[in-house]
Ligand binder design. Structure first.
Ligand code: DAH
Length: 339
């Protein structure tokens, strides 16, 4: 009797499991047939009253039936989960995966790292400075007079806090580095610069420079030109056409402008080189005695050279980018090309 009843119940339950059309149906089957008050549980309670001769095999049959039902339940449940994605928006494990976007370095970062490597090989250490700078380091320590137009609110982002600016050039690190490390010193300072000016294809309010400073005994123009040429050769992978003009910057004496032939138009004239065929890339000069003094050193003992490489200009030249505004524009279609 017991085994017969067991068989009937087992078949009923297996049939119900098979017929279930959803996980809710399946749960219903579980509640109806397998709960503590379900028919299986009620039957199993009779086990203990069976004559000893039947008890053992009845118990084994009951266990086998229970296992069979459990397995059927599990498999049915799994089949619902597998197809859930297709039917009700869950995860369809049979779908091919999504490829996800990976980031890549910004072109300015790529060139900056390249330059840092070149400069390290030439014996320069790499230092970084703050974006928010004091009027002192940005102007005064660099021998830039109080009435100099660069200090004008038309060129400089002045902060509300008295005497604080967004650094307008990486030269601001010169005196900081001299104060901290003294001489002899060979260092480059890559960094972000800010100017309050109208934007066009070759001007943006934010751009990057890489400043170089070497202070030692008897540093001359020969050292300056030698290092500049080596730097440009390493950057462009070949000798680059350059021209040298006198340039005035109050923190160097004498000062120069090193221009390179425009890479965008090959010297023909375009919007980037303002139709001149030349791009200002490397202003430089011998460090002014006042700057050496501001750095806490004796200008009778120490001399040096400095340069302010237009990192953003260089990026544009190397990649043939004809509008500076693309660099800070955040357009992924543009940025992804450098991955
Ligand atoms: N700081 C200058 C600027 O942004 C560039 C510059 C000129 C840097 C001459 C130098 C230098 O180190 O020697 O316009």
């Amino acid at each position: 009797m017991f085994k017969n009843d067991l068989k009937k119940i087992e078949q009923r339950v297996l049939k119900a499991i098979k017929a279930a059309k959803s996980e809710t149906d399946l749960e219903q089957v579980r509640l109806q047939h397998l709960s503590r008050h379900g028919e299986l549980a009620v039957l199993l309670k009779q086990l203990k009253d069976l004559p000893p001769a039947e008890k053992k095999s009845a118990g084994q049959a009951a266990n086998a039936a229970k296992e069979g039902i459990e397995t059927a339940l599990q498999q049915k449940g799994l089949s619902f989960q597998m197809s859930a994605g297709v039917t009700d928006g869950g995860v369809d494990v049979t779908m091919p995966g999504h490829s996800f976007l990976t980031g890549n370095l910004h072109p300015s970062t790529i060139i900056q790292q390249e330059l840092e490597d070149i400069c390290r090989a030439l014996g320069f250490r790499v230092l970084e400075g703050p974006d928010i700078e004091s009027e002192y380091y940005n102007f005064t320590a660099l021998n830039i007079p109080a009435d100099h137009p660069a200090r004008d609110t038309q060129d400089t982002f002045w902060l509300k806090k008295e005497g604080q600016v967004l650094k307008t050039h990486t030269s601001a690190m010169q005196v900081r580095a001299l104060e901290k490390y003294g001489a002899p010193l060979r260092a480059v300072f890559p960094g972000r610069c800010f100017r309050y000016e109208a934007t066009d294809a070759s001007h943006d309010t934010t751009f990057y420079q890489l400043e170089g400073l070497m202070v030692d005994k008897n540093v001359s123009i020969t050292h300056l030109i030698g290092v500049m040429k080596e730097l440009l050769r390493a950057v462009f992978g070949k000798d680059t056409k350059v021209r040298q003009r006198p340039g005035f910057f109050s923190f160097v004496e004498p000062g120069f402008e090193l221009d390179i032939s425009c890479f965008i138009c090959d010297g023909e004239g375009c919007s980037v080189c303002k139709r001149t065929g030349w791009v200002e890339l490397l202003p430089c000069g011998l460090v002014h005695p006042e700057v050496i003094k501001a750095g806490g050193l004796d200008p009778k003992v120490w001399s040096g050279f400095a340069f302010g490489l237009g990192l953003t200009r260089l990026v544009m030249m190397k990649y043939g980018i004809d509008d500076i505004r693309l660099l800070q524009g955040g357009d992924l279609r543009f940025l992804k090309q450098f991955g």
